[in-house]
Design a protein around this ligand. Structure first.
Ligand code: 7TS
Length: 412
């Protein structure tokens, strides 16, 4: 990673936005490398939530008094920020949900439940997070659909020709992650969408890992559904987005019933609200939506293309450094890869490794990363995963390397 690139990114200004990073862990300055699990929050996000609760809090879509009107404006303003961030055609296509998990379950239980029948097929890849596997298994129990797996190669990549061979008229949905949380692989979504569409199947993209690292343009991808989580992209927990094409949402039944999602209710018949409110039952996470919009503004201000270039250089540097460590094996070496390095060290269990690294102030995750089929593919019980954010730099990678070496010295 060149210093020029760090300067270009105003690195010290960005880092100063994250007060949580200015603390010590076990006597060492904290190095936070678990961004795949959740990212830290910049001051602009923290302050937007603080201001909301101090000065702007009221329920939305119901009060005629000023405070409620302003809260509604902020909430709907956040929806417009999200629409623009994803380049959706309309705010009707932007549904606020709890996160990626809820977005996928919504699609499974609303769109898929009424549009799929016995023997219809959902294809998922072998690198999916459990959030993009289990909802389809639940649907399999409910409808008797088939769940087919697109296998990955030893680098952790999907093969487009294999997908071409797999799809058929029976395929109704391809559910695929944009970027793998366990391997870092970035999938060729546009090409995969074309293949799925050629047989009339819809495509759901799990964008949980992609949105903090690269520009996403849902119209360009032409995906039918796109799911994301605020907390992985410098926003709050408990808020996320389901993007879906308007015609699909229009035809889908509500996912949950309650206040806000109705137009009128009698005991005989209920008329549902217009989009996107039909899918937002109950008081929403207003502060969360406002915080998420602040996070999107933060990403836009830096520029996602610059972030992607910066993190690509960081990944190259980290890969080179880690490859020099004897006995260390990187799991997942896709050509097109984001800022995630999963690894194992011969003779050391990943949990022991991560526990000792914490003693050095380095926070990494050791687990199956909620992607157990990926672990099975590579025949490992777990990996240690370092996942980068926009506030990480070469010094953090150097500390990562030292922590691994020290753990090795202790355990081997
Ligand atoms: N999809 C992917 C690709 C993910 O990485 C995650 C969370 C989810 C879905 C679920 O997101 P949620 O916000 O609804 O929980 N991944 C991780 C991880 O890698 N470590 O902790 C959570």
């Amino acid at each position: 990673m060149s210093e020029a690139l760090e300067e270009n990114l105003d690195f010290s200004l960005i880092r100063a936005q994250f007060p949580i990073l200015d603390q010590t862990e076990n006597g060492h300055p904290l190095v936070y490398l678990d961004n795949g699990a959740t990212s830290q929050k910049p001051l602009c996000v923290i302050e937007s939530i603080d201001t909301y609760y101090r000065l702007q809090n009221a329920n939305v879509h119901r009060g005629v008094y000023g405070l409620s009107e302003r809260a509604t404006e902020l909430y709907e303003g956040a929806r417009e920020t999200a629409r623009s961030f994803l380049n959706a055609r309309s705010t009707k296509e932007v549904v606020f949900v709890r996160g990626t998990t809820e977005a996928i379950n919504l699609v499974a239980q609303s769109w898929a439940r009424v549009n799929l029948k016995e023997d219809d097929e959902v294809i998922v890849t072998e690198m999916e997070h459990h959030s993009n596997i289990v909802p389809w298994q639940l649907l399999r129990e409910q409808l008797g659909i088939r769940l087919t797996v697109l296998r990955i190669n030893q680098k952790g990549e999907v093969c487009l020709n294999a997908l071409k061979g797999l799809v058929s008229k029976k395929t109704k949905l391809l559910a695929v992650t944009h970027m793998s949380n366990a391997l870092g692989s970035i999938n060729p979504i546009k090409e995969m969408v074309e293949i799925a569409h050629s047989v009339g199947a819809k495509v759901l993209v799990d964008g949980a890992q992609a949105t903090p690292h690269m520009a996403v343009n849902v119209q360009d991808l032409d995906c039918d559904f796109y799911a994301l989580s605020g907390h992985k992209m410098y926003g709050p927990t408990g808020i996320g987005i389901l993007y879906a094409k308007e015609a699909l949402l229009e035809a889908m039944p509500p996912y949950q019933g309650g206040g806000d999602m109705i137009y009128s209710v009698t005991f005989e018949k209920t008329e549902y609200n217009v989009l996107p409110y039909k899918f937002e039952a109950g008081t929403p996470h207003i502060a969360g939506a406002i915080g998420l919009a602040a996070a999107m503004d933060f990403l836009n201000e830096i520029g996602l293309d610059r972030i992607a270039a910066y993190e690509a250089e960081l990944l190259t540097y980290a890969t080179e450094q880690l490859k020099q460590i004897e006995g260390l094996k990187i799991i997942g070496e896709a050509e097109h890869k984001g800022g995630v390095i999963s690894f194992i060290v011969e003779g050391i269990h990943p949990h022991d490794m991560a526990t000792l690294m914490d003693q050095d102030g380095v926070a990494v995750r050791a687990s199956h990363h909620c992607a157990m089929p990926v672990m099975q593919h590579f025949n490992v019980p777990a990996t240690v995963r370092a996942s980068f954010g926009v506030y990480n730099n070469r010094d953090d990678i150097d500390r990562l390397v030292i922590a691994i070496e020290e753990a090795k010295a202790m355990l081997l």
